[in-house]
Design a protein around this ligand. Structure first.
Ligand SMILES: C[S@@+](CC[C@H](N)C(=O)[O-])C[C@H]1O[C@@H](n2cnc3c(N)ncnc32)[C@H](O)[C@@H]1O
Length: 357
C-alpha cells in the first residue's frame, strides 16, 4: 500500500528501524529528508538522536519545524544553539534566515555580517545580505522598467551571458549584445533581431564603427555589465558615450559592492562585484557635469548616467593616467556603507524618475 501524503512512521517504529544509527547517520538521513522535502521525516529522524542538544541535529530539527510552519519553536531552538555555541556558523545563518522571514531585517543583517566575518564565502550569505540591504525590485526588474519608460530604439549591452537582460529589448529596433563567452547564451530568450558579437567589448569597439553597427543612429540606452574591473568598465563607458546622443542613458551594473571584501580587484569570494565602483568616483571627479545616480537595487545597484556628451574627450585623452591614479585605491567605505558622494535613490517609481532627470 502507498503511504498517503500525511503518513509518517511513528517514533516507536522509527527508533526500531533506525535505532542503531548514531548521530552522524541520523543527521545524514534527516538532511536527506529535508532535501527531498519530507519535513515530517526530517523532524522525526532528528528527534531520534539521544543527545538532543547536538547542534547540527538541533538545527536540522529547527529547519524542519520552520518548514512545517512552527516558526517560533524553530527560532527558539536556533537561539538555544547560538547561546550554547556563539560561533556556530550554521546557527548564525539559520538565525538570519528565520529573522528575515519574521521581518526582523536588522537582526538578520547583523547575523549575516557575523557569518561573513568568520567565513567570507559562506554559501548564500552574501546574496541574502544584498537582498536585505536593498529590498524591493532586483536590478533586472529595474532594468526592465527602464526599457518600458525609455522605449529605446537602439540598445547595446556589454556582458550578455544567458541573455536574460538583453531580452528586455524586445521593442528596440536595433539590439546589440557583446560577450566573448557564447556558452551560456539562450538564443531563444533574446529578441530574434538581436545581434550578439562574441568578442570582448574592447575588440568590438576597436573594429566596429557606429555607422556599421547602427547605420549612423545613436544609442538610446546602453547597459554595461561586462568585466568587473574598473578599467574595462571605464573604457566601455567612453566607447559607449561616443555612440550616444545627449539625451541617451547609460546604465552601469555593480557600482555598489556589498562589502569591502567584494569590492577588490582580486576575487576572494563567489559573490564578487570587483572595483567597478571606481567608475562612479571617476565620473564625479572628471566629469562633474554628468548626472550620476545609483538606483538602490539588489544585488549591487544600477548606476544611471545622463546628460551625456558624445563629443567629450576628457576621459579618452587621459585614460592611462586615470587608470594609474585609481588602480590601487582601496574601497573608501566600511561595512555596508557606500563611499561618500554616491547619490543613491530608491528603486521605486519616484527613485527611478529621479535617476532619469
Ligand atoms: C554578470 S555577466 C552578465 C549578466 C547579464 N547582463 C545579466 O544581467 O543577466 C557578465 C558577462 O560579462 C562577460 N564579459 C567578461 N569580460 C568581458 C569583456 N571584456 N567584454 C564583454 N563582456 C565581457 C562575461 O563573459 C559574462 O558573461
Amino acid at each position: 500500500m502507498t503511504a498517503g501524503p500525511d503518513y509518517v512512521a511513528s517514533a516507536a517504529e522509527l527508533s526500531q528501524t533506525l535505532g542503531p544509527l548514531g548521530a552522524p547517520d541520523l543527521l545524514l538521513l534527516a538532511t536527506h529528508a529535508l532535501r527531498v522535502g519530507s519535513l515530517d521525516y526530517a523532524l522525526a529522524i532528528s528527534e531520534l538522536a539521544p543527545d538532543g542538544t547536538e547542534p547540527s541535529l538541533a538545527l536540522t530539527r529547527a529547519a524542519a519545524l520552520f518548514g512545517l510552519g512552527r516558526h517560533e519553536e524553530a527560532r527558539r531552538l536556533v537561539a538555544d544553539v547560538q547561546r550554547r555555541n556563539p560561533d556556530h556558523l550554521a546557527a548564525m545563518f539559520y538565525g538570519a534566515q528565520m529573522a528575515a522571514h519574521a521581518g526582523d531585517a536588522a537582526e538578520a543583517i547583523q547575523l549575516l555580517l557575523s557569518t561573513l566575518e568568520r567565513f567570507p564565502d559562506f554559501p548564500g550569505a552574501a546574496g541574502m545580505l544584498a537582498g536585505l540591504r536593498f529590498p524591493g525590485p532586483s536590478y533586472r526588474d529595474v532594468l526592465s522598467r527602464l526599457h518600458e519608460l525609455l522605449r529605446p530604439r537602439a540598445y547595446l549591452e556589454i556582458g550578455v551571458e544567458t541573455g536574460a537582460t538583453l531580452a528586455f529589448a524586445k521593442h528596440s529596433e536595433k539590439v546589440i549584445g557583446i560577450d566573448p563567452d557564447s556558452s551560456k547564451l539562450r538564443r531563444d530568450s533574446i529578441p530574434p533581431h538581436a545581434r550578439v558579437f562574441h568578442e570582448t567589448s574592447d575588440a568590438f569597439f576597436s573594429r566596429t564603427s557606429r555607422a556599421e553597427a547602427l547605420e549612423g543612429r545613436p544609442l538610446d540606452l546602453a547597459f554595461i555589465d561586462g568585466m568587473h574591473l574598473f578599467e574595462y568598465a571605464l573604457r566601455d563607458f567612453v566607447n559607449v558615450e561616443a555612440w550616444c546622443a545627449p539625451g541617451s542613458t547609460i546604465v552601469l551594473h555593480d557600482c555598489v559592492p556589498l562589502l569591502p571584501l567584494t569590492a577588490s580587484r582580486e576575487r576572494h569570494t563567489k559573490f564578487w562585484v570587483g572595483d567597478v565602483w571606481k567608475v562612479v568616483s571617476i565620473l564625479r571627479e572628471r566629469r562633474p557635469e554628468l548626472r550620476v545616480k545609483i538606483i538602490a537595487t539588489a544585488p549591487s545597484g544600477l548606476c544611471v548616467v545622463r546628460g551625456l556628451d558624445p563629443q567629450s574627450s576628457v576621459l579618452r585623452e587621459h585614460l592611462d593616467e586615470i587608470i594609474e591614479q585609481y588602480r590601487d585605491l582601496a574601497y573608501p567605505a566600511q561595512g555596508l556603507d557606500v563611499p561618500s558622494g554616491f547619490d543613491l535613490v530608491p528603486a521605486t517609481s519616484a527613485g527611478v524618475a529621479k535617476a532619469l532627470v
